[in-house]
Design a protein around this ligand. Structure first.
Ligand code: DC
Length: 224
């Protein structure tokens, strides 16, 4: 049976993570959260006192950095030089720093190889910002998932509120800044691939979005 490589790109809070994970489960595929890799680089830079604008220091850091996914009982875990950092990369500070380091050429080059290696065997769902445009321009199926700004901010807010006190207004401001940064950068900016199927998830449940994507995949598989 043909194995598909599926990409799901979109802005923060569009529902990519939950949707991608469930689509992968339904199809029996692997799921790769590429934002976690950028967050891992950001976490390492912060821990080592490397500023995101310092390309030389970033390049030196990346030369010795080992980022790996491992599968644990509760899903994919991220390891930095063997140490688990899965939960530490989910803070608003790491989100902003990930967006900043992701604009640097050395970082994008470093992660490009790593991501392409993870896609070699296909049967994967990749989630990110430039999966369909830059990393896998030849992907079998590409999706661009969006939702209104208010809904995306509310979803992020609900996630963060589970971890501790959060303010909707702060979440909205941070999301706006990050989206602007990710969409206007020179390298691999966030935008839909010309051949991406666009889904606005504002009025849809997670299961409806998952259903739409799985239907597309099944049709593609049936067509051979
Ligand atoms: O999806 P996320 O919020 O975990 O991503 C964190 C940051 O990483 C995001 O603001 C931009 C960057 N990123 C990227 O530039 N390219 C990707 N494929 C995925 C994430």
């Amino acid at each position: 049976m043909k194995r598909l490589l599926i990409t799901i790109d979109g802005p923060a809070g569009a529902g990519k993570t939950t949707v991608s994970r469930r689509v992968a489960e339904r199809l029996g595929y692997r799921y790769v959260d590429t934002g976690a890799l950028y967050r891992g680089v950001a976490y390492a830079a912060h821990a080592r006192g490397v500023r995101p604008e310092d390309d030389e220091a970033l390049a030196a850091m990346l030369a010795n950095l080992r980022l790996q996914f491992a599968t644990g009982p509760s899903g994919a875990r991220l390891l930095l030089d063997g140490e688990e950092i899965t939960d530490r990369i989910r803070t608003p500070e790491v989100s902003m720093l990930a967006s900043a380091v992701s604009a640097r050429p050395a970082v994008r080059r470093f992660l490009l190889d790593l991501q392409q290696a993870l896609g070699r065997e296909k049967a994967v769902v990749f989630e990110g910002r430039d999966m369909g445009t830059v990393v896998f321009p030849g992907a079998d199926l590409k999706f661009f998932l969006s939702a209104s700004e208010e809904i995306r901010a509310q979803r992020r807010f609900a996630e963060l509120a589970e971890q501790g006190p959060a303010r909707l207004e702060d979440v909205l401001q941070e999301m706006r800044r990050r989206d602007a940064q990710d969409s206007t950068r020179e390298l691999a900016p966030l935008k839909p691939a010309p051949d991406a199927i666009r889904i606005d998830s504002s009025g849809l449940s997670i299961e409806q979005v998952v259903g739409l994507i799985v239907d597309h995949a099944r049709r593609r598989l049936a067509a051979g």
